[in-house]
Design a protein around this ligand. Structure first.
Ligand SMILES: Nc1ncnc2c1ncn2[C@@H]1O[C@H](COP(=O)(O)OP(=O)(O)OP(=O)(O)O)[C@@H](O)[C@H]1O
Length: 706
C-alpha cells in the first residue's frame, strides 16, 4: 500500500465567499483563485501522465505484435522450450498492456473531472493541516498522491464527518485529528463550474443540483453526493448478510453498486468482478445499471435472474413455465397455490418433510456379494453419518465405505463388486428415486394434493420451480457456485422464502440484499421483511427512508396514494402532479400525444408512459407508434433507451424517467389495495414531472386525495 503523502498546504489563502445561514458558502470560481491554480497544476500533471500512458500502451502494443510475429515466423525453427517461454512473455505483455490501457482510461476520465472534493485534516501530531483532494480514481506521481480515490480510508471523512475534532480508520489503525475544511467542486471538461465551502454538513446544495439534472439511459454514479447513511452501508465490511429496506428512490440500487465498487477496491487481492453476481429482475434493468461499475473504474459484474439460475440448475431435469404476471390473470386457484408457496412456513414444511423423507424413505437391506456382507444396521449407521450431504451423495459415500470394508476383509484377494454396482443396489433401497416423485409425495404428505398442478408433462408452474430445486438439492444436490464471493439481490420483496432457501444453498457467500416491501408487485406473496431474520442468523437490516429521485411534490402525491409513513421527500421542488380528466379514451390518447409533443420541446431526456398491464402498454404503443418513435418494454426487452418509453408497471420497477404519464387511472383499472401499490410504484418512477389521465370515473385511490 502506498504511504499517504498528502499535498502541502496552498500558499495563497482562499478568498472568503458568500455564506448562507447554514454555514455553507457558494462561491463563484473567481473567489477561489488558489483552486483555479491548483486545478491548472493538476491538469498539467494529468496531461503528462496521459502522454506517458499513451506511450506505454503503444510500446506494449508494438512489443506484443513483434513477439507474435517472431513466434509465427520462427515457430518451426525454435525449440519447444523457447516457444513456451515466448508464449509466456506474450501473455505477460498482454496483461501489462491491459493494465496500461486501464490506467490511460482512468487518467482520461480524470482529465474531464479530476476531483470533486477537498478536505483539510490536521492530525493530532501535526500543526498544519494537510490537503486531500478526492476524486473518482487516485492519481499519484512517484509516491506523492495528488488525488485520493473516493474509497480510500481518508476519503470517508468527506462523507461522514463535520468540521472539528474527528477521526478515520486507516489500515494502521484509527487516526485522530481536526477536520478544518471541506470543499466541493463541480469540474466539467477540465473547468471548475462551481466551488462550495461547507462548514457544517456536505452536499445539500450540490445534491440539489445533481438531482435536478435530467436522467440518462444509464444509471449514474453518485460519488460526489453520497449521504452519510448511504456511505455507512457502502463501507460496511463487517456484515456478511446486509439487507437494505429502502423507500422508493432512496438510492438502494446505487448504493449496492457503489458498495461492490468499494469492496472490489478494499479487497482487490481477494475479490474481483468475476467473483460478484447481481440477481436482477430483468434484462432492461440490468442494462440500465450496467454503466455504474465501469464508470467507477471496475469491470462489470455478472448479472442473472432467478429464471437464469433455474434454467442452469434444472437443465435436462424438468421444464417450467415462465412467471405469470398476477395482473394479467384471474385464475383464483392458481393465486391460492402461489400464496401457499410464498411463505416462510412453507419452507419450514419442506424442511420437516425432507428430514422425514431422508430418514424414512431409505429402507436398507443387507448388502451381500459372494461371501461379503454389509448388514443393514451397519449401512444405516453409515448413511446417518453423512447427514450433511444430499441423499444420493450419502449413498455414494456409503457405497465407498462398503467397498472399503470389503477390501480390508479381502485377505484371499477375491473379485469384489464395483462401487457403481453397490451404489445402484443402495439406490434401489430408496422409496422415492427422483426429485419429481419426492416432490409429488410432499403434497400427499401435506394432504394437499391439489396444491401441485403440472401444466404439462414434466413441466412445473413457476411457483413450484424453487421448491422443486430445494427438493433436488436434498436428493441429488445442486451445482454449487464456489467462484462467487459476493451476491447482490435487487428487488428482494419479489422473491419468496423458498427462493432464498435455494439461493442460500447455491451461494454460500456474503450477500447484499435490497428492495422495498412497499413496492411488492405480487399480491399473492405473503412474506415480509421479518422473514430475513429467520432466514439468516446474522443478518444486518438497515432502513433508508429519504427519497432522492422525485421532487417534493411527486413524493407528497405518491404518499397520498400509499401512505408510507416513513417516506421522507427531499426538499427539491417542481411542478405539482396533474390529474387530467378526459371525456373518452380517444381524448386520452390526444392528451398523451400533446404531452409527448411538449416533451420533445422541453429539456427532458426520458418520458415513461406507465400502464397497469402489458396488454394495455402494447395497445397504447400501437396507437402512438405511427406518429412517434416509442420504445415498448416487454419481458423480452433487453435495453433501456432515452426518449419515449411505454411500459407496464412490472417492467418499470427500478427504472426512472424525467417525466412520467400514467394513463387510465379510472375506477375499473385501479381499485384494489394492491392497485394502490402499483400506482405508488408508477408515480415514484418520475423524477421531475408527473401526469395522470383518465376517462370515465377516476379511481377512488386518486379521488380520495385531499
Ligand atoms: N446520494 C445521492 N446523490 C445523488 N443522487 C442520488 C443519491 N442517492 C440516490 N440518488 C439518486 O436517486 C435516484 C434513485 O436511486 P436508486 O434507483 O438507486 O434508488 P432505489 O432505492 O433503488 O429506487 P427504487 O426502489 O424506487 O427503484 C437515482 O437517480 C440516484 O442517482
Amino acid at each position: 500500500m502506498n504511504k499517504v503523502q498528502p499535498m502541502r498546504r496552498h500558499t495563497k489563502a482562499s478568498m472568503p465567499a458568500n455564506t448562507d445561514q447554514q454555514g455553507k458558502s457558494m462561491g463563484t470560481v473567481d473567489n477561489f483563485p488558489d483552486e483555479i491554480d491548483h486545478l491548472e497544476t493538476i491538469k498539467v500533471k494529468l496531461c503528462d501522465a496521459l502522454r506517458d500512458s499513451d506511450e506505454a500502451v503503444e510500446r506494449y502494443d508494438k512489443e506484443y505484435m513483434d513477439s507474435k510475429r517472431y513466434l509465427a515466423d520462427y515457430r518451426h525453427e525454435i525449440d519447444p522450450r523457447e516457444i513456451f517461454q515466448n508464449e509466456l512473455a506474450i501473455k505477460q505483455i498482454e496483461s501489462w498492456e491491459i493494465f496500461a490501457v486501464q490506467m490511460r482510461d482512468k487518467i482520461a476520465k480524470l482529465m474531464d473531472s479530476p476531483y470533486f472534493a477537498r478536505i483539510d485534516f490536521r492530525t493530532d501530531c501535526n500543526e498544519e493541516p494537510s490537503i486531500y483532494y478526492i476524486g473518482r480514481f487516485a492519481f499519484a506521481e512517484d509516491s506523492r498522491i495528488f488525488i485520493f480515490d473516493w474509497r480510500a480510508p481518508i476519503s470517508s471523512m468527506f462523507y461522514d464527518c463535520e468540521l472539528g475534532k474527528t477521526n478515520y480508520e486507516a489500515p494502521v489503525g484509527r487516526i485522530e485529528g481536526q477536520l478544518t475544511r471541506k470543499r466541493q467542486f463541480k469540474i466539467k471538461q477540465g473547468q471548475i463550474e462551481y466551488v462550495l465551502e461547507s462548514s457544517i454538513n456536505i452536499q445539500d446544495n450540490v445534491l440539489q443540483r445533481e438531482l435536478s439534472h435530467t436522467s440518462d439511459e444509464k444509471m449514474k454514479t453518485i460519488i460526489a453526493t453520497i449521504q452519510k447513511e448511504q456511505n455507512q452501508i457502502i463501507r460496511n465490511e463487517k456484515a456478511d448478510i446486509i439487507v437494505i429496506q429502502g423507500v422508493a428512490g432512496s438510492g438502494k440500487t446505487s448504493i449496492a453498486l457503489h458498495r461492490i465498487a468499494y469492496l472490489l477496491y478494499r479487497y482487490k487481492d481477494r475479490l474481483s468482478a468475476n467473483n460478484v453476481v447481481i440477481i436482477s429482475p430483468n434484462k432492461v434493468f440490468a442494462d440500465y445499471i450496467s454503466n455504474v461499475l465501469p464508470e467507477l473504474g471496475e469491470e462489470p459484474i455478472y448479472e442473472m435472474s432467478f429464471t437464469d439460475i433455474a434454467e442452469i440448475q434444472l437443465d435436462g431435469i424438468v421444464k417450467f413455465e415462465p412467471a405469470r404476471d398476477p395482473v394479467e390473470t384471474e385464475d383464483l386457484e392458481w393465486a391460492e397455490r402461489v400464496r401457499f408457496k410464498s411463505t416462510l412456513e412453507f419452507v419450514e414444511k419442506m424442511d420437516e418433510y425432507l428430514e422425514y423423507a431422508a430418514t424414512e424413505y431409505f429402507e436398507p437391506t443387507d448388502y451381500i456379494s459372494g461371501r461379503f456382507k454389509a448388514a443393514k444396521e451397519w449401512i444405516s449407521e453409515r448413511y446417518n453419518a453423512y447427514k450433511k450431504y444430499p441423499i444420493k451423495k450419502r449413498l455414494n459415500e456409503v457405497s465407498a465405505d462398503i467397498l472399503d470394508r470389503f477390501e480390508t476383509e479381502n485377505i484371499r484377494e477375491e473379485e469384489l463388486p464395483k462401487q457403481r454396482g453397490i451404489y445402484r443396489q443402495l439406490k434401489s433401497m430408496l422409496r422415492k428415486k427422483n426429485t419429481m416423485a419426492l416432490y409429488k409425495d410432499f403434497y400427499q404428505w401435506l394432504n394437499m394434493p391439489k396444491k401441485l398442478v403440472l401444466p404439462a408433462k414434466n413441466t412445473l408452474e413457476w411457483a413450484d420451480v424453487y421448491p422443486f430445486m430445494y427438493f433436488h438439492a436434498t436428493l441429488e444436490g445442486l451445482k454449487e457456485n464456489k467462484l462467487i464471493r459476493h451476491l447482490v439481490i435487487d428487488e428482494m420483496q419479489d422473491y419468496t422464502p423458498a427462493q432464498y432457501a435455494v439461493i442460500n444453498k447455491l451461494f454460500l457467500c456474503k450477500k447484499t440484499i435490497l428492495g422495498d416491501f412497499g413496492q411488492t408487485i405480487n399480491p399473492y406473496h405473503l412474506h415480509s421483511l421479518d422473514d430475513f431474520r429467520k432466514l439468516y442468523d446474522s443478518v444486518q437490516i438497515v432502513e433508508l427512508n429519504k427519497s432522492y429521485r422525485s421532487t417534493f411534490e411527486i413524493i407528497t402525491f405518491a404518499k397520498k396514494i400509499l401512505n408510507v409513513a416513513a417516506l421522507e421527500p427531499i426538499e427539491r421542488h417542481g411542478k405539482e402532479p396533474e390529474v387530467i380528466p378526459c371525456c373518452d379514451s380517444q381524448e386520452e390518447i390526444k392528451q398523451i400525444k400533446e404531452m409527448i409533443d411538449a416533451f420533445r420541446e422541453n429539456e427532458y431526456v426520458t418520458l415513461g408512459i406507465i400502464l397497469k398491464t402489458s396488454k394495455q402498454a402494447s395497445t397504447l404503443c400501437q396507437a402512438l407508434c405511427a406518429e412517434y418513435d416509442v420504445n415498448l418494454l416487454t419481458p423480452d426487452s433487453v435495453a433501456f433507451a432515452n426518449g419515449v418509453t411505454v411500459t407496464p408497471i412490472q417492467m418499470s420497477k427500478g427504472l426512472e424517467f424525467d417525466e412520467v404519464i400514467i394513463p387510465s387511472v379510472n375506477s375499473e383499472t385501479y381499485h384494489t389495495d394492491y392497485d394502490r401499490n402499483l400506482l405508488y410504484i408508477a408515480c415514484t418512477r418520475a423524477m421531475h414531472q408527473l401526469s395522470l389521465t383518465y376517462s370515465g370515473t377516476p379511481t377512488k385511490l386518486i379521488q380520495e386525495l385531499p
